[in-house]
Design a protein around this ligand. Structure first.
Ligand code: AMP
Length: 418
């Protein structure tokens, strides 16, 4: 579990703001749920025989001996909230987004942590496969807009209730005679949840898995038509994608289209997946709610930030003005002046300690202040001062009373990505 300090936290903040603004354009509204849930929620929602539930959850008994778990993902919590608050009765379509920490006991490496941040969306109530295409297009827009390099979009279908038994049979017929080529966990999974063998981290890349039958070949005509319609919508939206028959995702609740967006940015190391999602039309009902089609995704914030080009410092907000003070009287005046400029919405830096003018300019440079103004006895007496553009070094005389207007009139500098 990591601390995130400035300037990295600034990069994270810009990334998060981008997501919020973009998702809101598509009608998603924020939901917040508790970090702790009953363990049974995840066991039922994600699936008993999944890596997350079997090996990765932070689970403990509370003082009343109830088994609680720190959420390893948010879809199960969203579904719980959707059912608990009978949201489906109030509105036909619900669009939520969330942002927050998730917890998984995983082997740590670059881009893989035990407390990590996810931002995700869930759309309830729409069975039409255009929604998954819309979500994917929204994600591509997000990463493209931020300049994340070398993106690829992978899609597949894992099929629904009608497809699973057929596929399970085909998969077992193939895997059982080859069981000795699988890891011990997968040999056990053959009896419990053979689909999970396909995304085993240990057996990934093994010859046995490479030859396994594809879910797409077992789909009913209806499921295939839905998958094709989602692909067509992606094409209509101008999103390039690749069908990846091995993509099954590590959670049991998916039905229909699943997707993943990866970046080949070297900063990500082997953890190329930026985001994963898909349709889960049976989950709400299986958890005690009304039959409700749904589709959503979760993106990894740390990975987004690793793949985002530019040094973290360039995402830190730049002060509009550094007030450089010369003498006690000036410092007293600067305190009040800074206060009123901040009320006007400007970012103002000032040095509270009795530090020399040169040291203050050095600090202004370090903070990448856009402008500086020296306040000394002369400026206090005349009510005027020299506003220095810290980039060009040019100075112009301004009335102290007009500072707010002077500073907002020009380019406020802003921040990359805003
Ligand atoms: P999942 O919830 O497993 O479908 O993961 C969705 C996304 O969350 C992945 O594509 C990653 O970007 C991110 N993610 C998952 N697990 C971790 C982790 N342990 N550390 C950092 N990011 C993660």
């Amino acid at each position: 579990m990591n601390d995130i300090l400035p300037p990295d936290s600034a990069k994270l903040g810009v990334f998060e703001r981008h997501c919020r603004q973009l998702f809101e354009r598509y009608g998603y509204e924020e939901i917040r749920t508790p970090v702790l849930e009953h363990t049974a929620l995840f066991a039922r929602g994600i699936g008993e025989v999944t890596d997350i539930v079997e090996k990765e959850m932070y689970t403990f008994l509370d003082r009343k001996q109830r088994s609680l778990t720190m959420r390893p993902e948010m879809t199960a919590s969203c579904v719980r909230a959707y059912i608990e608050h009978a949201v489906g009765k109030r509105e036909p379509v619900t669009r939520w987004y969330y942002s927050g920490p998730m917890f998984r006991y995983e082997r740590m490496q670059t881009g893989r942590y035990r407390q990590f941040y996810q931002i995700g969306v869930e759309c309830f109530g729409v069975a039409e496969p255009t929604v998954e295409a819309e979500q994917i297009a929204m994600l591509v827009q997000l990463y493209d807009g931020l300049g994340v390099p070398a993106l690829s979009t992978l899609v597949n279908s894992v099929g629904g209730a009608e497809d699973r038994p057929r596929y399970r049979e085909a998969l077992l017929a193939y895997l059982e005679p080859r069981a000795s080529g699988l890891c011990a966990d997968c040999q056990r999974r053959l009896a419990t949840n053979p689909l999970r063998v396909l995304d085993c981290k240990v057996d990934a890349g093994s010859e046995v898995l490479a030859g396994a039958p594809r879910v797409l070949d077992s789909l009913t005509d209806t499921s295939r038509a839905r998958f094709d319609a989602a692909c067509q919508a992606l094409t209509d939206l101008g999103v390039g994608f690749r069908i990846e028959p091995r993509l099954v995702r590590g959670l049991d609740y998916y039905t229909g289209m699943v997707f993943e967006i990866q970046s080949a940015s070297p900063a990500l190391g082997s953890q190329a997946a930026l985001v994963g999602g898909g349709r889960y039309d049976e989950l709400v009902e299986s958890m005690g709610g009304p039959p409700t089609p749904a589709v959503g995704f979760a993106l990894g914030v740390e990975r987004g930030i690793l793949a985002l080009p530019g040094p973290a410092e360039s995402f830190q907000p730049r002060p509009h003005l550094f007030l450089v003070c010369h003498g006690d009287a000036a410092r007293r005046r600067a305190l009040v002046l800074a206060h009123s400029l901040r009320i006007s919405g400007l970012r103002i830096e000032l040095e509270h300690r009795a530090v020399g003018v040169k040291a203050q300019f050095k600090r202004a440079d370090k903070l990448r202040a856009l402008a500086a103004l020296v306040l000394g006895d002369d400026e206090l007496a005349s009510g005027r001062g020299k506003l220095r553009d810290m980039t060009s070094g040019q100075e112009r005389e301004v009335a102290l009373a007009d500072l707010a207007a002077e500073l907002t009139g020009g380019d406020s500098g802003g921040q990359p990505g805003e």
